[in-house]
Design a protein around this ligand. Structure first.
Ligand code: GCU
Length: 338
């Protein structure tokens, strides 16, 4: 190769290098220029762990809202009760301190007692029955009831059936007698446990493990995923399938924040909440099964109550109906026949 050719190739390669460098610098300088700075950065409270169905639902909700508003609304999900217990979160939401949350119905019912009707013991015949009710006009009616406490109800999430689990086996009603049982911060749940002959103790969710471990309580009650995710299965080895309640979860928004949003953004939020609920419900079905399997592998003994015994549990709950049904007998019949 002669000298001329050598210079030519060197110049050509230099030009290519300069052009490529120029392109890189251009993209580096313009990086982020097209990303919208969010108009709103809002927090979402969740008390479950990161891979729990409700938390994954929350993240889906946050991602979809970000996409659908072209990055104008950014929602940051804080799980594991980082923003406080459910009752504390609801209080903060009432004046706009926290924008969004997913909470157990039992906690909202402390503020709006009429909502207790949706979590009465043995109200639904099965999961399908509960979803017919929640997906229909009754569910919509109760989502709107939350407005009474400055909360906008967005959607329903699944939380399956709750069962008792304990340090000693429970295979008949008498086994509950005198037991200290952890309940949610809910008067109705406390009355339900009293009706069964046990002593209710209201303890926040994050403290249940240590209460069981230290022997402050002998028993608690929850669904399979909570029992496994919170490691309660390591300290309460007997899980009795009595399915006493189905307590759905609600995705909610602070009314103070809601009123600051445009009607279009409210619509997007509502739609994304409902979309995320579909995912949560699917994930729930899977997690119920895997949590049961994991707990059993870790040493849980599952106790199945014979129908005759389950009937005795159910009959004992009539006291709860007397106290909480109030003037809602029509609503109860409507639900049971739905
Ligand atoms: C369920 C529910 C939680 C709630 C908990 C409880 O796990 O998902 O939100 O805190 O029950 O028993 O307190």
């Amino acid at each position: 190769m002669n000298k001329k050719w050598g210079y030519g190739i060197a110049i050509f390669i230099s030009i290519i290098v300069v052009v490529l460098l120029g392109i890189r610098i251009f993209f580096w300088v313009n990086k982020g220029k097209n990303e919208t700075t969010p108009e709103y950065v809002l927090f979402y409270a969740e008390n479950q762990v990161e891979d729990y169905p409700t938390t994954l639902g929350a993240q889906k909700f946050a991602d979809r809202v970000y996409e659908c508003t072209d990055g104008r609304i950014k929602i940051i999900v804080k799980c594991e009760a980082e923003l406080g217990s459910e009752m504390q979160v609801i209080q903060q939401m009432q004046f706009g301190g926290i924008a969004f949350a997913r909470v157990s119905l039992s906690q909202i019912a402390e503020y709006i007692p009429e909502m207790n009707v949706l979590q009465l013991p043995y109200l639904y015949s099965d999961s399908e029955h509960m979803w017919r009710v929640l997906d229909g006009e009754i569910g919509d009616f109760f989502l709107e009831e939350t407005l009474k406490e400055c909360i906008v109800g967005l959607s329903w999430y699944d939380a399956g059936a709750r069962n008792f689990y304990s340090t000693k086996p429970i295979s008949k009603l008498e086994d509950l007698e005198g037991m200290n049982i952890r309940v949610q911060e809910s008067d109705m749940m406390a009355d339900m446990v009293s009706a069964l002959g046990a002593n209710p103790m209201k303890i926040v969710y994050a403290d249940v493990y240590s209460a069981l471990e230290q022997g402050i309580v002998d028993c608690a009650e929850n669904n399979w995923p909570s029992y496994e995710a919170m490691r309660h299965c390591d300290v309460a080895r007997y899980y009795t399938l009595d399915e006493h309640t189905r307590v759905p979860e609600l995705q909610i928004c602070s009314k103070v924040i809601w009123d600051k949003l445009s009607v279009e953004d409210q619509k997007i939020i509502m739609e994304c909440a409902r979309e995320s609920a579909l995912l949560e419900r699917r994930l729930w079905q899977e997690r119920e099964k895997t949590s049961k399997e994991i707990a059993e592998k870790r040493g849980t003994t599952v106790i199945t109550l014979p129908d005759s015994e389950k009937k005795r549990f159910r009959n004992a709950m009539s006291l709860v109906y007397e106290k909480y049904a109030g003037d809602q007998m029509d609503m109860i019949s409507k639900i049971t026949e739905y």
